[in-house]
Design a protein around this ligand. Structure first.
Ligand code: NAP
Length: 311
C-alpha cells in the first residue's frame, strides 16, 4: 500500500521549515508534525542579525512565521501533534503521533534541542519564579531589577546583551576565565557598561521564599563562597538534543545524531537536520541549509522508490 505522504518532517524549527518549503515546492506531498508553535528555539531570538540577506530588527517569531507561510503557500501541510515513534517497514515509515498515525517514503528529523539545566538546589523550585531559560520571554518581568546570567557561550552573551536593555544591573558569571562565545558576541558583553562579568565563578544554590532573592556563588580561583541578592537568574549553559524518537541511531559523544553530508542517517530514507544533528556550528542559516539539502536528497530517494529517477 502506498504511504499517505511522500515526506514527513518532525519538528518545525528553521531546518524543518526550510525542508518543508523545498519539499512542497518540488511537488512532494509534505506533512510537518510539530508539537508547539513552528519556529523551535529560533522563536526566542530577539533580533536575528546574522541571517544573510535579512537585515534590520527581525524577531525570531516574525522570521519563522514567514518561513512557515512560504512552506504552507507551496503546499506543505502542518499538524500540531507529538510524534511518539518512527518505524520502518520495507520502503515506508510509520509515524505514531498524539493525533493518529501517518506514513511516508522519507522522514526528516528536525526535533532540535532543549535547554540544559544546572542541577543545583533551588533551580527547579524557582523556575517560573525568577529562574528562566529565555530572556525575551521573561526578561520584561525584571525591568530595572538585578539579574544574574549564567553561561559563557553564544546564547548567554546574546541573552545578556538583550537583558542589558532592560536593566543596568546585570551580573554575568562564567566558569572559565574567558567566554566560549563568538568574539563579536563576547566583545559586546565585555564592553557593555550594564553588564558586570565575573569569570571563574560558579553558581552553587538559588534561594528565596516565594521567588528568587539570593544566590550562592563560588569563586573557583580563590575558593571563596559568598551570597548576593538578585531578583532573577537566567541560565544559558547549552542544549541537549531531542533524540527520543531515534534511540538506535549512531550519535556523537554529546548525543547528537550523526549524518553524512547528504543529511542521511544510518537508516535509509531517514534524515536529520538542525540542532538535533551533530554539527560544528548551530545557527539558523545552517539549519535552513541542512533542511534544503535533506529534502533534495530525500526527493531523489523517493523518486528511486517510485521508479522515477532521472538516470
Ligand atoms: P554552548 O555553546 O554549548 O555554551 C554553553 C556554555 O555554558 C559554555 O560556555 C559552557 O562552559 C557553559 N556551561 C555548560 N555547562 C555548564 C555548567 N554545568 N555550569 C556552568 N557553565 C556551564 O551553548 P549555547 O550558548 O546554548 O549555544 C548552543 C549552540 O547554539 C552553539 O552552537 C551556538 O553557536 C548556537 N547559538 C548561536 C547564536 C548566535 O549565533 N547568535 C546564539 C545562540 C546560540 P565551557 O565553555 O566551560 O564548556
Amino acid at each position: 500500500m502506498e504511504p499517505d505522504k511522500d515526506l514527513i518532517i518532525i519538528g518545525a524549527g528553521p531546518g524543518g521549515l526550510a525542508a518543508a518549503q523545498y519539499g512542497a515546492r518540488a511537488n512532494l506531498k509534505v506533512l510537518v508534525i510539530e508539537e508547539m508553535a513552528p519556529g523551535g528555539q529560533a522563536l526566542v531570538i530577539d533580533d536575528l542579525e546574522n541571517y544573510p540577506g535579512v537585515s534590520g530588527p527581525v524577531s525570531g517569531i516574525d522570521f519563522c512565521q514567514v518561513m512557515e507561510k512560504q512552506a504552507h503557500d507551496f503546499g506543505a501541510e502542518f499538524i500540531t501533534a507529538t510524534a511518539r515513534s518512527i518505524k520502518k517497514e520495507n520502503n515506508t515509515f510509520h509515524i505514531e503521533t498524539s493525533k493518529g498515525s501517518f506514513s511516508s517514503y522519507a522522514v526528516i528529523l528536525s526535533t532540535g534541542s532543549k535547554n540544559k539545566l544546572l542541577g543545583i538546589p533551588g533551580e527547579k523550585e524557582f523556575t517560573g519564579r525568577g529562574v528562566s531559560y529565555c530572556a525575551t520571554c521573561d526578561g520584561p518581568f525584571f525591568k530595572n531589577k538585578k539579574i544574574l546570567v549564567v553561561g559563557g557561550g553564544d546564547a548567554a552573551c546574546d541573552e545578556a546583551s538583550y537583558l542589558s536593555n532592560l536593566s543596568d544591573k546585570i551580573i554575568m558569571i562564567h566558569r572559565r576565565d574567558r567566554f566560549r562565545a563568538q568574539k563579536a558576541l563576547a566583545d559586546r558583553v565585555l564592553h557593555n557598561d550594564n553588564i558586570e562579568v565575573r569569570f571563574n565563578h560558579i553558581l552553587k544554590e538559588i534561594k528565596g521564599t516565594m521567588k528568587v532573592s539570593t544566590v550562592l556563588f563560588e569563586n573557583t580561583e580563590t575558593g571563596e563562597t559568598y551570597e548576593e541578592e538578585v531578583d532573577a537568574v537566567f541560565i544559558f549553559i547549552g542544549t541537549m538534543p531531542q533524540t527520543a524518537l531515534v534511540p538506535d541511531l549512531p550519535k556523537d559523544e554529546a548525543g547528537y545524531v550523526i549524518t553524512n553530508q547528504r543529511m542521511e542517517t544510518e537508516t535509509k530514507g531517514l534524515y536529520a537536520v538542525g540542532d538535533v544533528r551533530a554539527t560544528p556550528f548551530r545557527q539558523v542559516v545552517v539549519a535552513a541549509g541542512e533542511g534544503a539539502v535533506a529534502t533534495h536528497c530525500a526527493s531523489q530517494h523517493i523518486d528511486d522508490i517510485k521508479g522515477m529517477s532521472y538516470i
